[in-house]
Design a protein around this ligand. Sequence first.
Ligand SMILES: [Zn+2]
Ligand SMILES: [Zn+2]
Ligand SMILES: [Zn+2]
Length: 113
Amino acid sequence: MCIFCGKKDESLTEDGLDLHYWKQCLMLQRCDECRQVVEIASLTEHLLRECENRSKFSQCPRCSEAVLTEVLTCHVQGSNCNRKSISVLHLNGKSFKCFRQGFFVISYLFCIL
Ligand SMILES: [Zn+2]
Ligand SMILES: [Zn+2]
Ligand SMILES: [Zn+2]
């Protein structure tokens, strides 16, 4: 059984769980920056405090998300800020995901600086 989302399944053996954590678990997300698997609820914390690329992120003063510092200005002005959604931000061919705890709506913000 997965301790994060509570899923019970015969395929969730030790190996199966690893795969589940990486690919399927709705409560976990792989950090795009360091490839660590972190709980979605604590991804903001992770990006600001633990991630090896934490120096690239700042906390948004409005919605308290971890936002790439280089797009923070754009983020604060955009509809991305303060929305209870998961947002994916595309920047220079890279996507950056901005999560709100407990919501699974994906929206896209194309940020032109
Ligand atoms: Zn799970
Ligand atoms: Zn990370
Ligand atoms: Zn914000």
